[in-house]
Ligand binder design. Structure first.
Ligand SMILES: [Zn+2]
Length: 402
């Protein structure tokens, strides 16, 4: 079983023919096709697949006993996402096990490949839902009540897909069996290409959060209302977008208004309200707090200038994650001994590995993304780099499980 074969079979599943992007949302028919693909490949490798109480899949090599070495990632996507974010880690896990089996490697420790559900939060709006549930970071009752854009709850969606939502919740039995978790992921950003390295090792995940900004003004006529008489919430919103960019750059952070709703949103009117979501991330919690505080001050000043009311609420916050230093050092030395240069990098993207890191020694490998573009159909990794990733993962798994 080669990586190329696995990839060819997975590639068409859930891809929109119009945009070329993926719409692999959890508990949909596209998700079911991806899960069936995984189960088929695991069967071919002689691995035993089970679905845990939270809807994550586990393919076990040998009995599911304590101190297992686990790799894996997710198969779901953002709207019109790329093919590599998530699936690369799952396909690489399968191909790495195939590589180890082909050389008759016999693991001392149990091994498994995991597929986490709803990592992107594209359907139910909570990212890393499968790993949050398993580690008890989200209350199961809250999770069951999460709803998608059509008002379908997670509980209803799981039931429709044949899973039992009453079982959702922390799974200490399963977590207790994992001795180490290594997630391989396509690089998001462009650090490896300038270093001429195909593989990287994660150091940390930047803290990140979302804040909701509500600018409330007064609806008016776009033709007859004098400029001086308007309370147009679009104006302070626009200046806040530019301020966020400038202040993020000053702080060495990133800040993005990616979602905005103008109400009522008529083409010939001044809006009554603009609701916008700021996503901000920084190397540490203090820098992140300073960045958001200064963006908020800039928004308040501009809102006051335009006679617009402003409220700001924190919608989510995820603290800094530092991956296990011992595991990272072991991985870099195994790769180094095999002649693989793997620089250690921070990342500003969230991952299931970030939630597992709170409970289990966890590490991440990155595979070079030549353009750095992610969450887009343009996301890409070269075939040779994917194969280098599989080989690096196989070396790591062999070292950990041998
Ligand atoms: Zn991902």
């Amino acid at each position: 079983m080669s990586f190329a074969e696995l990839w060819t079979e997975l590639e068409p599943l859930g891809r929109d023919p119009g945009t070329g992007g993926y719409r692999r949302y959890s508990w949909t028919p596209a998700d079911a096709e991806c899960r069936a693909w995984f189960t088929r490949q695991a069967d071919r490798l002689g691995l035993a697949v089970e679905q845990d109480r939270n809807g994550n899949l586990w393919a076990w090599w040998g009995p599911a006993r304590e101190n297992a070495v686990v790799t894996g990632s997710h198969l779901d996507s953002v709207p019109d996402g790329g093919g590599y974010d998530g699936p690369l880690g799952v396909a690489s896990g399968l191909a790495a096990v195939a590589e180890l089996k082909a050389k008759n490697f016999c693991p001392e420790r149990a091994m498994a490949i995991a597929v986490f559900t709803e990592e992107e939060g594209a359907r139910f709006r909570v990212a890393c839902l499968g790993s949050r549930l398993i580690t008890g970071v989200i209350d199961p009752e809250t999770a069951r009540g999460l709803s998608d854009d059509d008002g379908i709850t997670l509980a209803a969606a799981m039931t429709a897909a044949g899973a039992d939502p009453s079982l959702l919740g922390p799974d200490d039995d399963l977590l207790g069996r994992i001795g180490a978790f290594v997630e391989l992921h396509v690089e998001q950003g462009r650090a490896l290409a300038p270093m001429d390295a195909a593989i990287g090792v994660a150091e940390s995940i930047w803290p990140h959060g979302r804040w909701r900004f509500d600018f409330t003004g007064r609806a008016d006529h776009a033709g007859t209302a004098r400029l001086a008489d308007r309370n147009d919430p679009m104006l302070p919103y626009a200046s806040t977008v530019l301020a966020a960019r400038r202040l993020a750059a000053e702080h060495g952070a990133v800040a993005t208004f990616g979602k905005v709703i103008a109400e009522p949103g008529g083409a010939n009117g001044v809006n009554s309200a603009v609701r916008a979501w700021l996503d901000a991330r920084a190397p540490d919690g203090d820098v992140l707090r300073d960045t958001v505080t200064t963006i908020r001050s800039a928004a308040e000043i501009s809102a006051a200038e335009h006679g617009v009311a402003l409220t700001v609420r924190q919608a989510s916050y995820t603290p800094l994650v530092r991956f296990d230093e011992g595991l990272r050092n072991r991985i870099t030395s195994v790769l180094g001994a095999a002649g693989v240069t793997a620089p250690v990098l921070p990342t500003a993207a969230g991952h299931d590995a970030g939630f597992l890191a709170a409970r289990i020694p966890t590490a991440m490998l990155f595979v070079r993304n030549p353009t750095g573009v992610s969450h887009s159909p343009a996301e890409h990794a070269d075939q040779a780099d994917c194969e280098a990733g599989v080989h690096a993962l196989a070396l790591v798994l062999e070292d950990l499980a041998g």
